[in-house]
Design a protein around this ligand. Sequence first.
Ligand SMILES: [Zn+2]
Length: 701
Amino acid sequence: MNSPAGNLPPGAAPGDDAAAANPLLDPSEPFAYDAVRPEHITPAVERLLADCRAAVAAVVEAREPATWSNVVEPLEAACERLSHAWGAVSHLNAVVDTPQLRAEFNANLPRITAFWTALSQNVALYGRYRALAGGPDFAAWSPARRRVVDNELRDFRLGGAELDAAAKERMASIRERQAQLSTRFAENVLDATNAFALHVAPRDEAILAGIPDDVRAMYREAAAANGKDGSQVSLHLPSYMPLMQYAHDRGLREKLYHAYAIRASELGPTSWDNSAVMVELLQLRDEQARLLGYPNYAELSLVPKMATSSAEVLRFLRDLGARARPHAQRDIAELRGFAAAELGIADLQPWDIAYASEKLRQSRYAYSEQEVKSYFPATRVLDGLFRVIEALFGVRFAATAAPTWHPDVRHYRVATRDRDATVGHFYLDLFARDHKRGGAWMDVGRIRRRVGAGIETPVTLVTCNFSPPVGGRDAFLTHNEVLTLFHEFGHGLHHLLTQVDESQVAGIRGVEWDAVELPSQFLENFAWEWDVLQLLGRRPDDAAPLPRALYDRMRAARNFQSGMQMVRQLEFALFDMLAHSLPDEQRRSAADLVALAARVRDEVAVVFPPAYHRGAHGFSHIFAGGYAAGYYSYKWAEVLSADCYAAFEEGNAVLDATRGGRFRAEILEVGGSRPAIDSFVAFRGRPPQIDALLRHSGMTT
Ligand SMILES: [Zn+2]
């Protein structure tokens, strides 16, 4: 819905020419993604920043006693407009990267960062919030409003509001530099990934033997798009992974593995080397922590999280590691034996792991990813997913026309099943393409909030990088991609189904980082159920449903190498937590970090890459995403999500509307308006237990 006229923010006055000409100044849905031009960015940012500063000035200069409506509401109105516009710019920068857009993004990023930093250090504003918290009726406020204020007070403190002037200034420059470095890190990874292309001339295509036809077709389309004959392989995952899984040619696999492993490191072109970037980032994070009185960045990072200390997190990870490693050792020993006996590979190397694993999986469970994939055309999977969501949570997705940033993108109106009331809107950008950042993620388009008498409904953006349709046919998803889709929809629903009116704790806002993956990992479980896969899986050519025998083999294979997968995640999580908490002298250089990665592997891993491997240089989660000293949260939240899902397993059917309704009410709708542990206990009736995760992972013996 549009903002009611009486509540238009300062940046969008009626009849305002600037607003009319600049789509970034109009947050109404559907947002004009197709109309945003690089030249809109700077004027919009200037205008919205000016509005935000004016709102802040009005709040701190007011003489009346602080109230919700004269402090929180006007700030929220102005800041949400800025967040919305900048969110759109960041999103476009990630999914339709052009040199002009990137330049404008980078030119404006420091001003945005500087504004948020200044806001978080504004002593007068801090005073207004303290006055709110100390007010006579604060205790009678709703828990959501009290939580907004409590979170603000915490964030003011963590933002440096209590620091002296010199320290404040230093904090501001640290944060500005951190934002630049993180952007640079992601750009280096993307550029280094884009720079590699293996062109295979038609006469040499025998080297691609073993790779499935649809992947080969994709390679040929990639070459044709560059005006070449033959095939072209890139380091983007949909191109890279199938080669590693299927190519018989061991030398080819090693070559690609090497190219992937050294991306953005000192072993490639200097211009994309992340060595100095990550070291400086770690140093700045530490300095930031010490300025605020914490011994290191890990402890600072954990303040707003569910876990209480790095020691608690390390204990959790090492406990899981001790349980998982024997399973991982069994997995790798079995793979070695199989590779030696069946594949003639006596010395299993890292570039053989995916290949040998796929062969072992086929030999043991007699099915391939490719066979499964033929039952999962993207359109049907989506329809099935919508039916699952409708059955569990009582909301419907209806495709609608709206301007988007690319013809592949779909737009949906989401409404309640019983009354057809609009809940929000949803954008879905499914397929990989050039100049789109890799991976899968959910972005907030617009947050739910009360505006006057009405509600501004939430807008969610889900991005994936699945293999695009080839030759005019529907695209096909691997079962892993189906899981990814469910995962991102879990995040999307958390944002979309919130019933909280206070934008700072609505949806995923205000949810502790280490609990944020609960709804996403929870929803993944459904994509393993027979009833659900019947809705999703049907071969388009002959309308054959996913056969039961194939499903049984998939289930049996579900925990194939689950020990190896678990220790791999623990390896990343331990590296992250130690990189942010070890004494300085153990992480002064990129070489120190490479050495740390090796030590962590000695502790927990069962696969040991060659000395040239530079995983840290491409570890965007912790250097360019929000997961610094937070990667453990995937496993942490998995304990919560597995335990919640176990409640559905305890019933007669997993698509249970009653349990779904309770999950919606106690977890999804309340969002960040109360601590995650309270939401968990409200749904489950007791504190979390680790048993369901171990059982789901086949680690009960
Ligand atoms: Zn996630």
